[in-house]
Design a protein around this ligand. Structure first.
Ligand SMILES: *Cc1c(COP(=O)(O)O)cnc(C)c1O
Length: 357
């Protein structure tokens, strides 16, 4: 069976964990976490990086640090992983869904009419490592005095005009969950270049303390500490990231080459100079039937996310044609970095056979 996704660990992580356990560390967040945070900050080019238990909590912390709470509206894309909107609800705010564009990211053309007096921030999700109009998004933030949060959970290794994603907003987040390009099993990070936001996040993730270890509490805070066990794995994963970024690009290139002449298959325009596509995405007329055919051949796939507004969790009505289009026709093909070229040929042969191409 070829899975759609699979994390990738080897002797490097095993040895590092073994050494760490023998070093009498306390397992909780300490020097290894600082080392991991520095590796992420250096790689993406941010001044500050805070490791947290997962990407959802990273989003929650970012929102909390910016003071988002009851009565505040936050613009989010309708097509995204549910955590983007759920974190707004967790923080006490109200997500307001905005349709996406052809790149499956929040559409700058649909956003002005969603702004109300209550709007405080927006979360731009660079879905699958793609982004566009980031200068216009900055202007939008300035025009309406909104905070610009970047959910770059899928974008480690991806850039926009050479600058790493997650560093365009006031604050950005990453995820190191099992399917992400760098995995700690669970994990997340908040990045920022703004001193006061960094200070708030450092305190909020440590019970609201003024200083680590000092029992003086500036605000209601949480225990969102990382563990050095995860950091040890993350440090090894970060060393592998540059190769993985190249592999993701090669995988996309090969899929595109082998499938671009099949008329039923629609690709999303992708600039591989900047983008390391996390998942191999296609839009097809009958994704469930194609998925079934591939499953019979031992090939795993995953349907795109649903249009979030219409899920029972939100049950909203509204006009989100692009989001609904993506949800209806999208399919993710096997995208694991360890996928061989011959496996991609095998997958594409099975896809072509389905369409009689
Ligand atoms: C993975 C992901 C998250 C959530 O991260 P977790 O670490 O699973 O909590 C949030 N947003 C997007 C776009 C994601 O892909």
């Amino acid at each position: 069976m070829i899975p759609q996704m699979q994390p990738w660990f080897d002797q490097k992580e095993a040895q590092a964990l073994y050494q760490y356990i023998l070093s009498s560390g306390w397992l909780t967040e300490h020097t290894k976490t600082r080392e991991f945070e520095k590796a992420v900050a250096d790689y993406v080019g941010s001044q500050y990086c805070f490791a947290v238990p997962n990407g959802t909590q990273a989003l929650f912390l970012a929102l909390k640090a910016l003071g988002i709470g009851h009565g505040d509206e936050v613009l989010v894309p309708d097509f995204t992983m549910a955590a983007t909107a759920n974190a707004v609800v967790m923080a006490g705010g109200t997500p307001v869904f905005v349709d996406v564009g052809d790149d499956l990211c929040m559409d700058i053309g649909s956003v002005d009419r969603k702004v109300t007096k209550k709007t405080q921030a927006f979360v731009y999700v660079s879905l699958n490592g793609r982004a566009s109009n980031l200068r216009a998004w900055r202007e939008f933030a300035n025009d309406y005095s909104l905070y610009f949060i970047e959910d770059a959970a899928q974008s480690l290794g991806s850039r926009y005009r050479g600058q790493h994603l997650g560093t365009f907003g006031d604050v950005g987040i990453f995820s190191f969950s099992a399917p992400k390009i760098v995995s700690c099993g669970q994990g997340g990070a908040v990045v920022t270049n703004i001193d006061w936001i960094a200070k708030k996040i450092r305190s909020l993730k440590d019970f609201g303390r003024e200083r680590p270890g000092a029992d003086h509490y500036l605000s209601i805070g949480y225990n969102f500490k990382f563990t050095d066990l995860q950091a040890v794995v993350g440090i090894e994963q970060m060393k592998k990231l540059p190769d993985r970024v190249e592999r993701k690009k090669d995988i996309f290139r090969l899929y595109h080459k082998l499938l671009c002449d099949v008329p039923e298959i629609e690709f999303i325009s992708t600039d591989l100079k900047d983008v390391a596509p996390w998942f191999m995405d296609i839009l097809v007329p009958n994704p469930d039937k194609l998925a079934e055919h591939l499953k019979e051949k031992g090939i795993g796939t995953r349907r795109f996310y649903p249009a979030l507004h219409s899920e029972p969790a939100y049950s909203l009505v509204g006009d989100y044609p692009k989001s609904e289009y993506a949800a209806r026709f999208g399919l993710w093909l096997p995208s694991l970095c360890q996928l061989s070229d011959s496996a991609i040929v095998q997958i594409c042969t099975a896809v072509r056979e389905f369409y009689g191409a």
